[in-house]
Design a protein around this ligand. Structure first.
Ligand code: MN3
Length: 201
């Protein structure tokens, strides 16, 4: 069964001014759609055609680079859109406590996350994840993610941010750090906490 692109869960200009409408339009309609088209092409007529997206991601190490990159691209973008919401969503006291227990403070988490995103050379993703009962921050190259069998940092992702230039260049140009700072204004903490509670079980 071919994969298809879901509409964004909000309007393209809904994350303004932090993420501009034109970037969202190109990113969702062209880039994300492109990963899906290429994924469908790469799996058509192969034994992978009947696998779920999660399954393809888990098997990343034993599938072709075309399937790995595009399955990762589809998974990561879907997760990215769902992790954001207009005006952000307030961090609950319960989840703030989890962050404080794991990182010392919310600012310390932000700092580690910014560091992970800034130090990822070239294109990739920064992640807040959960593994072994703890929250962690890491990054991955290209369209890899922490669920892949080949991941350097394996965990259940709770929040991910795209640090490919196409995610921020129109508005922020070379200032990846400013984009990463602005990202906090649109995080859907309710969704992150839901993911955390599911991962914890
Ligand atoms: Mn992208």
């Amino acid at each position: 069964m071919a994969f298809t692109l879901d509409p964004l869960p909000y309007a393209k200009d809904a994350l303004e001014p932090h993420i501009d409408a034109r970037t969202m339009e190109i990113h969702h309609d062209k880039h994300h759609q492109g990963y899906i088209n290429n994924l469908n092409k790469a799996i058509e007529g192969t034994p992978h055609a009947n696998k779920s997206l999660d399954q393809l991601v888990k098997e990343a190490g034993s599938i072709s680079m075309a399937v790995r990159n595009n399955a990762g691209g589809h998974w990561n973008h879907k997760f990215f859109w769902e992790g954001m919401i207009p005006n952000g969503k307030k961090l609950s006291d319960a989840f703030l406590k989890v962050i404080n227990d794991n990182f010392g403070s919310f600012d310390a988490l932000k700092e580690q996350f910014a560091q992970a995103g800034a130090s990822r050379f070239g294109s990739g993703w920064a992640w807040l994840g959960f593994s072994d009962g703890r929250l962690n921050v890491c990054s991955s190259p290209n369209q890899d993610n922490p669920l892949m069998d080949v991941a350097e940092c394996k965990c259940t992702p709770l929040l991910g941010v795209d640090v490919w230039e196409h995610a921020y260049y129109l508005k922020y140009q070379n200032l990846r750090g400013d984009y990463l700072k602005a990202f906090w204004n649109v995080v859907n903490w309710e969704e992150v906490e839901k993911r955390y509670n599911a991962a914890k079980k």
